[in-house]
Design a protein around this ligand. Structure first.
Ligand SMILES: *[C@@H]1O[C@H](CO)[C@@H](O)[C@H](O)[C@H]1NC(C)=O
Ligand SMILES: *[C@@H]1O[C@H](CO)[C@@H](O)[C@H](O)[C@H]1NC(C)=O
Ligand SMILES: *[C@@H]1O[C@H](CO)[C@@H](O)[C@H](O)[C@H]1NC(C)=O
Ligand SMILES: *[C@@H]1O[C@H](CO)[C@@H](O)[C@H](O)[C@H]1NC(C)=O
Ligand SMILES: *[C@@H]1O[C@H](CO)[C@@H](O)[C@H](O)[C@H]1NC(C)=O
Ligand SMILES: *[C@@H]1O[C@H](CO)[C@@H](O)[C@H](O)[C@H]1NC(C)=O
Ligand SMILES: *[C@@H]1O[C@H](CO)[C@@H](O)[C@H](O)[C@H]1NC(C)=O
Ligand SMILES: *[C@@H]1O[C@H](CO)[C@@H](O)[C@H](O)[C@H]1NC(C)=O
Ligand SMILES: [Cu+2]
Length: 583
């Protein structure tokens, strides 16, 4: 049915082919069901280009979409189709990923460079076409090429479909809150320098809220983001962690949050004064204008789960401003500053993530077909004795690396994995990604130095269409334990349990929540701990799973699933679009 719906859309689109009209209403009578479906097709043009952006007293030639930083917000309804023509006028290769969009059968539009497509070269273009189905809430889009997503990102808002409504009282106002990370340098230079030296990349110079660092930074207070509210109203904040390398705490002075969704899935509402988001994650919260009219700081700063590693310890702020506070004209007092958790407050993170529940009983896959155990963590590559010291500036003359099950992922460089799979091009990848680590060890203990160096490889794990998959994601303490935000493309999954130390199948099964676990696309695996996720492999294609800390994906903390076609067209990947970039 989906295919015929798409065909009808194609026909209607050719009739209404008017690129200036950004979206239009299409009413479709589905002959097969005689039901009335209302879906829109939204056309957008994204021009990737260098733009002068001034932050922290200095102007940079940042790469943006349409000259905007952050980029444009895409607002759609559940069931709508997006057609985004991306034109690359920058001097870098680029791709765009629609983070969290399931891309059922449309893997060609997913975006990760050399996984589902070759990059859009400077001067080139590519039109991403996909339908958002069965998802509501907040997602986002970002570049999936080098570190361009530092400035190439924006919100995706998915409203309930026509005739349906929120599972909570309709908020008066809705505000996307994009948390970002800013370098007083070219982010592409920062990652290239790290790749050359083998050392950890330079830390950022600021965090941002909707592109602005806020009052606590030099040359920034004139442009601090203002979030309006009126006494008595309830507003929805759609919070997105778009930072490259840092999990962030987020809070507002004197105001409580009612958490109602994450990663475009609804949650059982609960209240808290602080939330934590790993990069890639989104959280929807309601706030009420129930405090004295005035100005209150909204603040974001680091949750730092590693010890002895340098990190950006600055604080981004925006201002929640009551409309009756008559600001800025008659506003003299400084906004109220919230108390933030300590940088290393893992207990607060644990309390928050343990509060996440689906609104009701959900259909968690049981009778697991694929029982996977993945160790995730860092590593160190030894350098030959006579190797130029310039290239081995990691700890003790090594180079940093990272891996899953001791395989450090190497991306192809002249074809995308999905293309290689469909065109049966040999020699690009193998399908022997290990289902468990090659060596059993005390993952979170004092790990022997002899285990630090992983092997490199482009290994995929093959899944039969429809198989029920469980993955235990186990952090290791190799080099340092760390909270890794693990993101799976093409799927949402249930997070059925998490804990600290080594996962123990005998004792930890009793902790599994098979009733109302939260559904996500990115799980923040506890530092020196583990998380268990489950999903049904019902979306054919090649789907990367990776740590959403860009520094870690750069070092190889990734792998990919190859999900085979099922039976018939509706269980198969669509043919590639004619304009799919080739290498
Ligand atoms: C990284 O930081 C070092 C030390 O501050 C600086 O010399 C270098 O230029 C920075 N690299 C980039 C690419 O900004
Ligand atoms: C802000 O500027 C002052 C004066 O130029 C300087 O001393 C200080 O280091 C700067 N602070 C930050 C956070 O850059
Ligand atoms: C942030 O880190 C710098 C450099 O390590 C340190 O000097 C400063 O005191 C730290 N600031 C805070 C608020 O922790
Ligand atoms: C967090 O950091 C503080 C100060 O740096 C330290 O005293 C405390 O022991 C740390 N807590 C944890 C749980 O590591
Ligand atoms: C580097 O060497 C020092 C001294 O031999 C040792 O204490 C430290 O643990 C080493 N660090 C790593 C990451 O291997
Ligand atoms: C970790 O193990 C090494 C030997 O494998 C030992 O030399 C070192 O003292 C141990 N460190 C700790 C903190 O137990
Ligand atoms: C990873 O593989 C390398 C090469 O076989 C080996 O030296 C290392 O000990 C392995 N590490 C782990 C954690 O399995
Ligand atoms: C850009 O992409 C092409 C493949 O389409 C690749 O050959 C080239 O190395 C890439 N350029 C950079 C700078 O990564
Ligand atoms: Cu990571």
């Amino acid at each position: 049915m989906q295919a015929s719906l798409r065909d009808q859309m194609e026909v209607i689109k050719s009739i209404f082919a008017d690129r200036h009209c950004s979206f239009f209403l299409v009413v479709m009578l589905l002959a097969s069901t005689l039901s009335l479906a209302i879906a829109e097709i939204h056309h957008h043009d994204f021009v990737v280009q260098a733009t002068k952006v001034k932050r922290l007293c200095k102007t940079h030639n940042s790469i943006t979409v349409n000259g905007m930083f952050p980029g444009p917000t895409l607002e759609v309804k559940n069931g709508d189709t997006l057609v985004v023509k991306v034109v690359n006028k920058a001097r870098y290769n680029v791709t765009i990923h629609w983070h969290g969009v399931r891309q059922i059968r449309t893997g060609w539009a997913d975006g990760p460079e050399f996984v589902t497509q070759c990059p859009i070269r400077p001067g080139g273009s590519y039109t991403y076409r996909f339908t958002i189905e069965g998802q509501e809430g907040t997602l986002w889009w970002h570049a999936h090429s080098s570190w361009l997503r530092a400035t190439v990102y924006g919100a995706i808002i998915i409203l309930p479909r026509e005739g349906s409504s929120y599972p909570f009282t309709k908020p008066k106002r809705e505000t996307p809150i994009l948390l970002g990370e800013w370098w007083d340098a070219n982010p592409v230079d920062v990652v290239r320098e790290a790749t050359r030296t083998g050392a950890a990349p330079n830390i950022s110079d600021a965090y941002t809220i909707n592109g602005q660092p806020g009052d606590l930074y030099n040359c920034s207070s004139e442009d601090t983001t203002i979030v309006p509210i009126a006494s008595g109203e309830t507003n929805l904040l759609r919070v997105i962690n778009a930072a490259l390398n840092q999990p962030l705490f987020f809070t507002i002075a004197n105001h409580k949050f009612t958490v109602i969704g994450a990663d475009a899935s609804y949650l059982k509402p609960f209240t808290t004064s602080v939330i934590m988001l790993g990069p890639g994650q989104t959280t929807d919260v309601l706030i009420s204008g129930d405090q004295l009219p005035g100005r209150y700081y909204i603040a974001a700063r680091a949750y730092q789960s590693t010890q002895n590693a340098p990190f950006d310890n600055t604080t981004a702020t925006a201002i929640l401003e009551y409309k009756s506070a008559l600001c800025p004209a008659k506003c003299t007092t400084k906004p109220v500053m919230p108390r933030l958790p300590a940088y290393n407050d893992t207990a607060t993170v644990t309390a928050f993530t343990r509060s996440l529940r689906s609104p009701r009983k959900v259909d968690v896959p049981t009778d697991i077909d694929e029982n996977l155990f993945f160790t995730i963590g860092l590593g160190l590559n030894n350098c030959p004795k006579n190797f130029r010291a310039r290239r081995c500036q990691g700890p003790n003359g090594t180079r940093f690396t990272a891996s899953i099950n001791n395989v450090s992922f190497v991306f192809p460089s002249n074809i995308a994995l999905l293309q290689a799979y469909r065109q049966k091009v040999p020699g690009i990848y193998t399908t022997d990604f290990p289902a468990k680590p090659p060596v059993k060890f005390d993952y979170t203990g004092n790990v022997s130095r002899s285990l630090f160096q992983p092997v490199r490889g482009t290994k995929l794990y093959k899944l039969k269409y429809g198989s029920r998959v469980q993955i235990v994601l186990q952090d290791t303490s190799i080099v340092t334990p760390e909270n890794h935000p693990m993101h799976l493309h093409g799927y949402d999954f249930y997070v059925i349990a998490e804990g600290f130390g080594n996962f123990n199948p005998k004792t930890h099964k009793s902790k599994f929540n098979l009733v109302d676990p939260p559904m996500r696309n990115t799980v923040a695996v506890p530092t020196n701990g583990w998380a268990v996720i489950r999903f049904v492999a019902d979306n054919p294609g090649v789907w990367i799973m990776h740590c959403h800390l860009d520094v870690h994906i750069t070092w190889g903390l990734a792998m990919a699933f190859l999900v085979e076609d099922g039976i018939g067209e509706l269980q198969s990947v669509e043919p590639p679009p004619a304009d799919l970039p080739i290498c």
